[in-house]
Ligand binder design. Structure first.
Ligand code: GLU
Ligand code: MG
Length: 436
């Protein structure tokens, strides 16, 4: 059969669904550079493919303009077309960033952080996901048997990532039944968020070619959630790490301490941007090794901000390794908005000259709200509706992002909530498992 190779120009939208249009691959570097037509209302398409009543209706036109540096072309050598896509920005017809473009919002946040504080973010998005097993049988967390159930999937995935220019660090069977995790090397700023999209899409691509179902939904079964953990560190403009200070509280350089104080303090206000589905809040509960309070703690997997361990082996440089893991996120959030909110909150902490938060210790579930308040900590919003309410009311967030972006996000997410309202837990889980 004759074939014309196609490249998809795509963007991750407010539902963190990756949508776009295909063009002949040969045209990408030429006319493809100017992008394809896009429609504002597309931003309102929920993960369930409904469109809540919003401000744009049938009106308006945008361009989805590819950033050719993000091009992914991976031939999986299975006789089917390669995975060929390019990530893009949403622009007005005049070529300016559209106010609701998540990728442009991140670029702006990173620019401000660098201009004002001289800092850059280095990040690795670490994804957990559920993968339909090749064979049935009992599950044993982290076991070789668990790995073996999806060994060919894992090998193909790592090869696909490498071919896409993303550096895989590990593939592992996680604790939850049929749960796996893939970790990658950190990357700078915008590229880190691009890689989050690339990792999820290549995982889905490999699964679909192997006839296997995968899901990044935050809760697939009763075991544990699928987390998205963002490993964050700061560098100066030259890429020199500046997160670590051996003598400072929590071994965080005071400026990094101020950054993470802002990230912590504002978290309840922007949580809806990092954990963006109704189901996200079934994961963000105590004793699930996710995040239930806006606390910073040392090597504690129940903290929203976990100071990661430093290897003390000879030659291991603590400044290079030092990173803080943000755990109150999942793959239903848009990675650009996740990192943009973190960058904005961190910059707010730096502007305020905030002190490094005192790391919490022990089970915060044993403390009452007053004791938590003494620690500067609060229980995170416990539902998407509550998180949206905090987002809507936040003065800080309305300074960080264009109001239109937040308003459209609220309409979109409330439309998503309307779809799951009144449904049984199992049905809601099945719906999200299917779309993420
Ligand atoms: N599955 C846990 C989560 O929902 C994380 C487990 C881990 O620390 O890797 O975030
Ligand atoms: Mg894990």
């Amino acid at each position: 059969m004759i074939r014309e190779p196609i490249a998809m120009i795509v963007c991750a939208d407010l539902a963190n669904q990756v949508r776009g249009k295909g063009i002949p691959a040969a045209a990408l570097a030429g006319r493809g550079r100017h992008g394809v037509g896009w429609v504002p209302t597309n931003h309102l398409i929920t993960c369930f493919n409904t469109i809540p009543e919003g401000p744009y209706g049938s009106l308006g036109d945008l361009r989805l303009v590819p950033d050719l540096a993000t091009e992914v072309r991976v031939d999986l050598d299975d006789g089917r077309p390669p995975e060929h896509f390019v990530l893009g920005d949403l622009r007005t017809l005049a070529g300016d960033p559209w106010v609701c473009c998540p990728r442009s919002a991140l670029a702006a946040a990173l620019r401000d952080l660098e201009d004002e504080a001289g800092l850059r973010i280095r990040a690795a998005f670490e994804h957990e996901f559920w993968c339909e097993p090749e064979a049935e049988g009992p599950w044993s967390g982290f076991s070789l048997a668990g790995y073996r159930r999806n060994a060919s999937f894992g090998e193909t995935l790592l090869a696909a990532l490498t071919a896409a220019g993303v550096e895989p660090e590990s593939f592992l069977p996680e604790y939850g039944r049929d749960q796996y995790e893939v970790t990658i090397a950190p990357a700078r700023g915008l590229r880190a968020a691009d890689e989050s999209v690339i990792v999820c899409e290549l995982t889905r691509a490999v699964a679909s070619r192997l006839g296997r179902r995968v899901s990044f939904s935050p809760v697939v079964n009763d075991d544990v959630g699928n987390g998205l953990h963002l490993h964050l560190s700061l560098t100066d403009r030259d890429g020199v790490p500046c997160t670590y200070d051996a003598d400072a509280p929590a071994q965080l350089h005071p400026e990094a301490g101020a950054f993470f104080a802002g990230v912590r303090d504002h978290l309840p206000e922007y949580l809806a941007l990092t954990a963006s589905s109704a189901l996200s809040y079934d994961r963000l509960v105590p004793h699930k090794w996710s995040a239930a309070w806006n606390n910073l703690a040392v090597r504690d997997r129940e903290a929203s901000l976990r100071i990661c361990p430093l290897a003390a082996t000879p030659g291991a440089d603590p400044a290079e390794q030092m990173n803080v893991e943000f755990r109150a996120a999942d793959a239903t959030g848009n990675p650009y908005l996740q990192l943009a909110a973190i960058a904005r909150a961190g910059l707010a902490g730096i502007r305020a000259g905030a002190a490094t938060p005192t790391p919490t210790e022990g089970d915060l579930g044993l403390l009452d709200p007053a004791a938590l308040a003494d620690l500067g900590v609060e229980r995170l919003p416990t539902s998407l509706a509550a998180a949206l309410h905090r987002l809507e009311a936040s003065e800080a967030v309305s300074r960080w992002f264009p109001r239109e972006l937040i308003d459209v996000f609220l309409v979109h997410k409330r439309g998503e909530l309307a779809v799951v309202a009144g449904k049984e837990r199992d049905e809601v889980r099945a719906l999200y498992t299917g779309v993420y």
